[in-house]
Design a protein around this ligand. Structure first.
Ligand SMILES: [Cu+2]
Length: 274
């Protein structure tokens, strides 16, 4: 059974196994398929008015399925590996263990934001950026530059306290838990703010180029599970049906042929959180 752990609690061996599996999925070309799939979905979300991966209620189930698929690829390399989560409310500085050279490496250097240490540094030779939105072939970050602080535990708790999953018009800034957690209800808040805090590729449609993408979204996914536990009588997902240009509970989410929000509501057949 897959157990997703807080990155702060990983052993040295667990960190190495995760990093090695990510590097191998990259080497065989599969990693970049995930980056390309995210870039395509983001472009469609931005340009078609049909919000599937972002800006709408299916933001959470879409990313849950995306992470399950990626975790399955890691486990083909090493069955012991799971996606850790990064609790950015607690490990909220550039000195956090998540940015140490034995996990993700640190911030970028001045001038070009190039990450210079850790397994994903361009200079280490195993992490070329192939799926791009600009011409930089290296992983880039500028931690705490665009916004100085990460969301606080109090902000997270305020979002978790909202009893309604989502509400009409089921878009950017809709009232409810989903848009509040996504960060589309307030400029540079919550999930969106974390992307901006990291900067570099994380602040773009090719954000999965930075492995922290998975640790960030694993924590966002855990917060969805936490929210459900806090509100057991609330509808786990809305809208329930008949909504134009929005993924309803039992509609399929592209690019998957058979994945609906309903099929993603219970994460426990796939993994649990420690
Ligand atoms: Cu994200």
């Amino acid at each position: 059974m897959t157990v997703r752990k807080n990155q702060a609690n990983l052993t040295a061996a667990e960190k190495k196994a995760f990093v090695d599996a990510v590097l191998e999925v990259k080497r065989i070309g599969v990693y970049d398929e995930f980056v390309a799939a995210h870039r395509l979905r983001f472009a469609l979300d931005m340009n078609t008015g049909v919000y599937v991966g972002h800006f709408g209620p299916s933001f959470l189930p879409w990313h849950r399925k995306f992470l399950i698929d990626f975790e399955n690829e890691l486990q083909k390399i090493d069955a012991s590996v799971s996606i850790p989560y990064w609790d950015w409310t607690a490990d909220n500085t550039v000195a956090s263990s998540v940015w140490a050279p034995d996990l993700l490496g640190g911030t970028g250097r001045p001038l070009d934001d190039q990450v210079m240490d850790g397994p994903f540094a361009y200079s280490a030779g195993k992490w070329p950026i192939n799926i791009q939105v600009d011409s930089r072939p290296f992983l880039a970050r500028n931690l705490a530059y665009r916004v100085p602080t990460l969301p606080s535990r109090a902000e997270v708790d305020a979002a978790l306290a909202i009893p309604t999953y989502d509400s009409a018009p089921f878009r950017d800034g809709s009232a409810g838990f989903r848009a509040t957690l996504e960060g589309s209800a307030g400029y540079l808040s919550m999930h969106n703010r974390v992307h901006s805090w990291v900067w570099g590729q994380m602040e773009s449609s090719v954000s999965p180029n930075d492995p922290v993408f998975w640790l960030h979204h694993s924590f966002v996914d855990k917060l969805w599970a936490d929210w459900h536990a806090l509100h057991p009588t609330s509808a786990e997902y809305l809208p329930a049906g008949g909504t134009v240009d929005v993924i309803d509970l039992n509609e399929t989410m592209p690019p998957w042929p058979n994945t609906t929000p309903q099929s993603m509501l219970d994460h426990t057949p796939f993994y649990t959180y420690a």
